[in-house]
Design a protein around this ligand. Structure first.
Ligand code: 5AD
Ligand code: SF4
Length: 460
């Protein structure tokens, strides 16, 4: 772990990030480990001495997408070569993990292939290529954890540097029938509390006010704290002692790990935002069983009820898959009913996609593509209606908005509501970084607009 100040960048680094927030976090960390080698960010791949493609394997045509992007990057590399410039091309993330060897066989011009657990070794890999040429592939699940090897000096993650992601848990042991994550990210591990706290303190010292804790099963967090196994609400209690940290979120959670202590913390610890992403995937017990989710639709409803009892204004979001093998019209209707019962603030929904090597891929009764498509349209239109009415329900209310930056129009500020909605309003740029009261006046397609409620600003 290095605390040395980084050199002024002498080499351009361009990182392309696909997929989940964890990949966004990983991309920032890859930039961190390369900074001591003189790599600094450049906007255009044409200006980059190294290009990293951080990939996602979760749904269809992942590898094809990677090959088509690599074709584009190869042309850039060739054009730079004509100008006498070298370009390293790296493929990172879950496609690299799952299909590393095939990737190098089909795209031999790729210099580096690395999985999500080995990017702390990037400097070694780059040095090896400089020494010996050729390609390097590292898709181990090493015994050491990358978190112990990442530099302390972190790059700003977001514009304004007021909100940040922080990975606290990684991997998954749940083995849902459809999902590649347990194979690409490996077994579940939790980062020790002191390491999380140290990173959170550094983020806050650099101006961050809102942290989103990341993990594939973030609510299964069980990090060590001097020999004591610590749960997510206990970690949050520790993080809320950091002066200046205003808001905490966490994503993604599994219903099975939604312990009462965590639900209670939504009532008792004001640092938790009234917002929870809790994927349910389906509303049919038969499909939930086939998916190996480990709970029924009613058990999910019961968790939501307890959450709403604890925090009545909590906004709920979810993930859905339509067309899992064996899903009938009745099963799909059970999903629609669950959505009608719960009323989500927003949600992601996907057509089931067969992932090689996962149990569901080999099951009989695959659902026809056009049926999946029709179900997806129906579900998405219901979810869109619910999202609209959730946003509409905020019109006329006053909300605490974290001011994150200036808007596109002059005099306009952008901010983030407790429910994760973007909010625009007029105000002075000196408010950036503060939490202000905004009276919400209008609902736009994907955001809200309003007016500053008063000059009364929450002390930060
Ligand atoms: N097909 C469709 N959607 C999937 N997801 C994960 N695997 C698949 C798959 N094979 C969705 C789930 C998960 C989200 C991150 O991606 O809904 O919660
Ligand atoms: Fe995938 Fe299921 Fe693990 Fe989520 S809980 S990462 S969907 S296997």
């Amino acid at each position: 772990m290095s605390n040395q100040p980084s050199p002024t960048p002498t080499r351009g680094l361009h990182v392309i990030t696909w997929g989940c927030q964890m990949n966004v976090y990983d991309s920032a960390r890859m930039s961190d480990v390369l900074r001591p080698l003189g790599y600094g960010p450049v906007e255009r791949p044409e200006d980059a001495d190294m290009i990293i493609l951080n990939t996602c394997h979760i749904r269809e045509r992942a590898a094809e997408k990677v090959f088509s992007e690599l074709g584009r990057l190869r042309k850039i590399r060739e054009a730079r070569q004509e100008d006498g410039k070298q370009t390293l091309i790296a493929v990172a993330g879950c496609v690299a993990q799952a299909e590393g060897k095939e990737l190098l066989a089909r795209a031999p011009f790729v210099d580096l292939v690395l999985g999500p657990q080995t990017y702390h070794r990037l400097p070694e890999m780059v040095a090896k290529i400089a020494r010996a040429g050729g390609s390097v592939i590292d898709t181990d699940f090493p015994t050491e954890t990358k978190f112990d090897f990442l530099p302390q000096e972190a790059a700003p993650q977001t514009a304004g540097n007021l909100t940040a992601f922080l990975t606290i848990q990684e991997g998954c042991d749940k083995f849902c029938s459809f999902c590649v994550v347990p194979y690409t990210r490996g077994a579940e591990i939790s980062r020790p509390v002191p390491s999380v706290v140290a990173e959170a303190e550094r983020l806050v010292a650099s101006g961050v006010k809102e942290i989103t804790l990341l993990g594939q099963n973030v609510n299964a967090y069980h990090g060590d704290w001097n020999g004591h196994t610590t749960s997510l609400p206990e970690l949050a209690a520790r993080l809320s002692e950091i002066p200046g940290l205003q808001r905490l979120r966490y994503v993604t959670s599994h219903p099975r790990d939604m312990e009462q202590a965590l639900i209670d913390a939504h009532r008792d610890n004001p640092i938790f935002m009234p917002y929870l992403h809790l994927p349910v995937q389906s509303g049919s017990d038969k499909i939930l069983k086939a998916m190996n989710r480990g709970h029924t639709a009613d058990e999910y409803r019961e968790i939501i009820k307890r959450l709403r009892d604890a925090r009545p204004d909590i906004a709920l979001t979810s993930d859905f898959i339509v067309g899992h093998p064996g899903e009938t019209d009745d099963d799909f209707e059970a999903t629609m009913q669950l959505v009608r019962d719960i009323k989500f603030a927003s949600a992601y929904s996907f057509k089931y996609s067969q992932r090689p090597g996962t149990p569901a891929a080999g099951q009989p009764f695959q659902v026809a593509e056009d049926v999946k498509e029709q179900r997806l349209q129906k579900l998405q239109s219901l979810l869109r209606e619910q999202q609209d009415s959730f946003n509409a329900s905020l019109v006329g209310t006053t909300q605490d908005i974290l001011v994150t930056g200036t808007g596109r129009k002059t005099g306009q500020l952008n901010g983030r509501s407790p429910y994760l909605q973007p909010v625009h309003f007029e105000g002075d740029p000196s408010l950036i970084g503060q939490i202000v009261k905004v009276h919400i006046t209008t609902r736009l397609t994907n955001s809200l607009s309003g007016v500053l409620a008063s000059e009364e600003v929450k002390a930060v």
